[in-house]
Ligand binder design. Structure first.
Ligand SMILES: Nc1ncnc2c1ncn2[C@@H]1O[C@H](COP(=O)(O)OP(=O)(O)OP(=O)(O)O)[C@@H](O)[C@H]1O
Ligand SMILES: [Mg+2]
Length: 575
């Protein structure tokens, strides 16, 4: 798991190596300083060294401090280059992976959780990475060298550490083990909070229209206080680190002062030696503190690493068939005993045993009550989901035997809740076909009855759309989405309730254009209005996930009860 993440260091390997080198040099400088201080006291002041010796050794101390400072700064600089670069690479890798996700994969994680993983979790790991290349190097190097120095000054006195260090280590390990599950819980709460934010921000218009601001406020306040509680529980355990450290540190200092004082009294030790010994104790305990901070950071990030790897290791369930066919011959579609379940559970089927054949170039209407499986059915054609049972053939080949890109570029689908992106109208249209010329854009927009309203804007095709295309009306947005799909020059075009917000006359204009200009393209039109599909070659009536009837408008009107009911109810509205 870890090795996979570490590969993301990539071209930041050099700074990731330089940082620990510089920090080790910094430690070496810091280690010698107390030794020089002992010399100043014992030789310069108490001994025969005199002022010149003090100045010489003092100068050396200043030089070492300066070097230590420079090494520290360099190490910090390289550590931040390496850790931010590492985080950038992990984000990129994760984002790329998410781009490959099928709808089912995204459903499984939820968008909010993916956002938390991409932002908060990676930030935690970035911080831990920085700790590892700095503190994880600094602390052990300092611990070992300060211990060696302390033993070399007075090995008897240094035995104090033999008691102190195991006690500390046990305490730190216990704290770490207890804190880990609490941090995992905290991240789940983060997910919930982000999902509350995301949902209410995406739907801010609905929230305002229904005056549900207060309810959303409460929902958010609860999610935020859940995060606070979870974090508090985790931190409550972690803060134990500090008092444990300090108790051990001061106990050590007192013991050493007591024993050392006695030694000085009987002439077994010099004052300077005791002072530098105390400096080494501080360094040793500080380095242990540093190590414990590292552990905390690693514990916190362990939960994040697991969550990041869950995304990176997720089996993308719609796998591209790399050796698949790269061109779609024609727009013929065959459903052969197709069943489909979102949860892959055969007891909860959204579509049951569906079989039919659509000839290339045919216009097919699909109608059925809400939740009857219309969207589910058409999503299977460009493999946005895979069938649970049965086969779907496009142009005579099973959809799973195509290269995914080839299949999707031949099957254009205007989704029920389609979105536009921030950018100009022309940029949005070119999502359909990157190299489209002005003429091609215009032709597609004419077919989708969008040209007139676009040119009525002062900036025409260069009109800037806000996030999600906010500055277009619902019907205008739908028409831009249709034009975007037409630009792909697909073999099959699917409109999932895509003219619901367009008036009946414009709707008819679009269908007429489709008939005359897209005679070779298979057209599948899902609609709630009978008028949108009544002139289709054939109409499929879906009911509760199964095909109820297939036929022309007249045939169905004569023989199908569901169809007739819908027709009659809509006629009444018109009257
Ligand atoms: N992503 C999903 N995960 C799980 N179940 C889903 C998902 N999308 C739809 N369903 C379920 O599948 C069934 C069919 O839904 P579908 O969206 O195909 O209906 P529809 O005919 O398009 O309805 P509408 O006319 O309202 O758009 C419904 O019972 C719905 O609850
Ligand atoms: Mg639908």
């Amino acid at each position: 798991m870890l090795t996979k993440l570490l590969k993301c260091v990539g071209k930041y390997k050099l700074p990731a190596v330089l940082s620990p080198i510089f920090i080790s040099l910094e430690v070496v400088m810091e280690i010698f300083i107390p030794l020089l201080m002992a010399k100043i006291i014992d030789v310069g002041i108490k001994g025969s060294g005199g002022i010149s010796y003090i100045i010489k050794v003092g100068g050396l101390m200043v030089l070492m401090s300066m070097l230590s400072l420079i090494f520290g700064v360099l190490s910090g600089k390289y550590a931040s280059i390496a850790s931010t670069g590492f985080a950038k690479n992990v984000r990129k890798k994760m984002f790329d992976k998410i781009q490959d996700f099928s709808f089912a994969n995204v459903d499984r994680f939820s968008t909010a959780s993916l956002v938390t993983r991409l932002t908060t979790d990676i930030t935690f790991v970035q911080h831990a990475f920085m700790m590892v290349i700095r503190m994880m190097v600094r602390s052990p190097v300092m611990l070992i060298s300060a211990t060696v120095m302390a033993f070399s000054i007075n090995s008897k006195l240094a035995r104090v550490f033999l008691v102190a260090i195991p006690v500390l280590a046990c305490a730190l390990i216990t704290v770490s083990i207890k804190a880990f599950p609490l941090f995992r819980q905290m991240f789940t709460k983060y997910d919930n909070m982000n999902s509350a934010v995301q949902e209410s921000l995406v739907a801010i218009r609905v929230v305002k229209a229904y005056d549900r601001g207060e309810y959303e406020d409460e929902k958010f306040a609860k999610a935020a206080s859940d995060v606070m509680d979870a974090q508090r529980r985790a931190e409550r355990i972690l803060i134990m680190n500090m008092p444990i450290m300090q108790i051990v540190m001061y106990a050590c200092i007192i013991t050493v002062l007591w024993l050392g004082g006695n030694l000085i009294a009987v002439g077994g030790m010099d004052t300077g030696e005791l002072i530098s010994f105390i400096s080494y104790i501080t360094q040793i305990l500080m380095s242990l503190m540093g190590l414990s901070m590292c552990f905390v950071s690693i514990i916190m990030s362990r939960a994040s690493i697991v969550r990041i790897c869950e995304v990176l290791d997720e089996d993308v369930d719609i796998k591209n068939n790399v050796e698949g066919k790269t061109s779609v011959e024609n727009g013929e579609i065959v459903f052969d005993k197709v069943s489909f379940s979102y949860s892959k559970d055969k007891a909860k089927l959204a579509l049951r045993d569906i079989s039919f054949t659509i000839g290339s170039g045919e216009t097919i209407g699909i109608i059925g009550g809400t939740g009857s499986g219309k969207t589910s059915l058409v999503q299977l054609i460009p493999r946005l989901y895979d069938v649970t049972e049965g086969n779907i053939y496009v142009g005579g080949t099973d959809v799973r035997d195509y290269d995914l890109e080839a299949l999707r570029s031949s099957v254009a689908m205007v989704l029920q809740n389609n979105v536009l992106f921030s950018g100009t109208i022309a940029e949005n249209l070119r999502w359909g076909y990157e190299n489209a010329t002005e003429e091609e854009l215009e032709a597609a927009c004419r077919s989708a009855a969008a040209h007139d309203f676009i040119t009525a804007f002062p900036d025409g095709y260069e009109t800037f759309l806000g996030q999600g295309g906010v500055n277009l009306s619902g019907g205008q947005k739908q028409r831009v989405c249709i034009a975007r799909a037409l630009l792909k020059k697909p073999k099959i075009i699917i409109l999932d309730d895509s003219t619901s917000a367009v008036d009946t006359a414009t709707d008819k204009k679009i269908r007429d254009a489709f008939r005359s200009e897209l005679s070779n393209t298979t057209k599948i039109i899902i609609a709630q209005r009978i008028s949108s599909i009544s002139d289709a070659d054939r109409i499929i009536v879906l009911d509760d996930g199964a095909v109820n009837a297939i036929g022309t408008h007249d045939e169905l009107l004569a023989s199908n009860e569901i169809y007739r009911e819908v027709y009659e109810s809509q006629q009444k509205v018109v009257e």
